[in-house]
Design a protein around this ligand. Structure first.
Ligand code: SAM
Ligand code: SF4
Length: 326
């Protein structure tokens, strides 16, 4: 699907649940209200939406959340999505706590790759950032996933004065492991508003100072906006997703589907096409499919040229990142 700025939209991110087993302070702090399960898309509804999206040219799906692995049967959803005609790749974004446990099922379902979010390598700090003493489980999951041969990326969000001193230790995970480590700039969405992040430009400059032989890695990996560098001798790459200090909207290729069935043209704005009335309104068969396709086309047609994170007062999205899926 081409939008009005000529961008090809071939990627859909799907938040399958608003629930999570962690409480990252910039995403889903303690005390948040959860949505009743009947207001959350069923797996069959998600499959239907993906089938319509695939008809229109979507080729890649990302299963995210909340924490997707806390929803029962997540591997079965991935198996269903892998059989949707036209879909070439289904990947997962997870905090990794349950990844080790479900890895055999996920691999059997055909999962193509996983991103694991990891902001610190310090056990106490992990508990302070996420509300759970779960670093050990995440590191075990990472090892198990690597050993299985699953393609893996680690995503880190740095907060000023909280974990920014660990950026090099985190980046160095790519030295001896065949995985990419990516730094995602903190965005002023939901609980992230008002928390100070770190500019990727600083990290990149510091990495270049330490490794003057640093190489830009032009190979496109995965679905989107990360820019990679390669430190000669390291097994994996280091990536930067720089929504705040390196706008990549001209390359935007995605729609987002929230757990409650809102189809979001852009992360930054509250505008969305609500699929729930359509899905639960009684339309069947070809009429239902046509309505879904029209809704997807409407969402693509209303994609804005760019986000406005540089002016947080103009950000109109009020949902939490855990509802949107990141
Ligand atoms: N629970 C899964 C996980 O943590 O990977 C998937 C959902 S989580 C919302 C997806 C990603 O969004 C995580 O890497 C998380 O660090 C990131 N994230 C959450 N809030 C953010 C914010 N305000 N700015 C930037 N990234 C954020
Ligand atoms: Fe949960 Fe992921 Fe949000 Fe952390 S970033 S609270 S793990 S959804």
């Amino acid at each position: 699907m081409l939008d009005r700025y000529g961008r090809n939209i071939d990627y859909l991110r799907i938040s399958v649940t608003d629930r999570c087993n962690l409480r990252c302070r910039y995403c889903m702090p303690e005390g948040v209200e959860l949505v009743p399960m009947q207001e959350i898309l069923t797996y069959e509804e998600i499959r239907e939406i993906c089938a319509a999206a695939a008809k229109l040219g979507v080729r890649k799906l990302k299963v995210t959340g909340g924490e997707p692995l806390v929803r029962r049967g997540c591997a079965e959803l991935i198996r269903m999505l892998k059989t949707v005609p036209g879909i070439e790749q289904v990947t997962l974004t997870t905090n990794g706590v349950l990844l080790g446990k479900y890895l055999p099922e996920l691999l059997d379902a055909g999962l193509d790759a996983a991103n694991v979010s990891l902001d610190t390598l310090d056990r106490e700090r992990y508990a302070a950032i996420t509300g759970q003493d779960a670093l050990g489980a995440v590191l075990e999951s990472v090892d198990a996933a690597l050993a299985s041969g699953l393609r893996l990326k680690l995503n880190a969000v740095l907060q000023k004065g909280v974990n920014d001193d660990e950026w090099f230790a985190l980046a160095s995970l790519a030295r001896d492991r065949a995985l990419d480590v990516r730094f995602i700039e903190l965005m002023p969405i939901g609980a992230g508003k008002g928390i100070r992040g770190v500019a990727n430009t600083e990290l990149r400059a510091e990495l270049l100072r330490r490794y003057p032989e640093l190489e830009e890695d032009a190979a496109v990996r995965g679905n989107g906006p990360a820019v990679y560098v390669r430190v000669p001798g390291w097994k994996g790459g280091v990536g930067f997703i720089s929504a705040m200090h390196g706008k990549f909207c001209d390359r935007c290729n995605r729609l987002r589907l929230t757990a409650q069935g809102r189809l979001k043209p852009c992360l930054c704005y509250g505008d969305a096409v609500d699929l729930m009335p359509l899905l639960r309104g009684g339309a069947h068969g070809t009429e239902r499919e046509a309505l879904l396709c029209q809704a997807l086309e409407d969402a693509v047609a209303s994609k804005p040229a760019q986000h406005c994170f540089e002016a947080p007062e103009r950000v109109t999205e009020t949902a939490r990142m855990a509802d949107i899926g990141g």
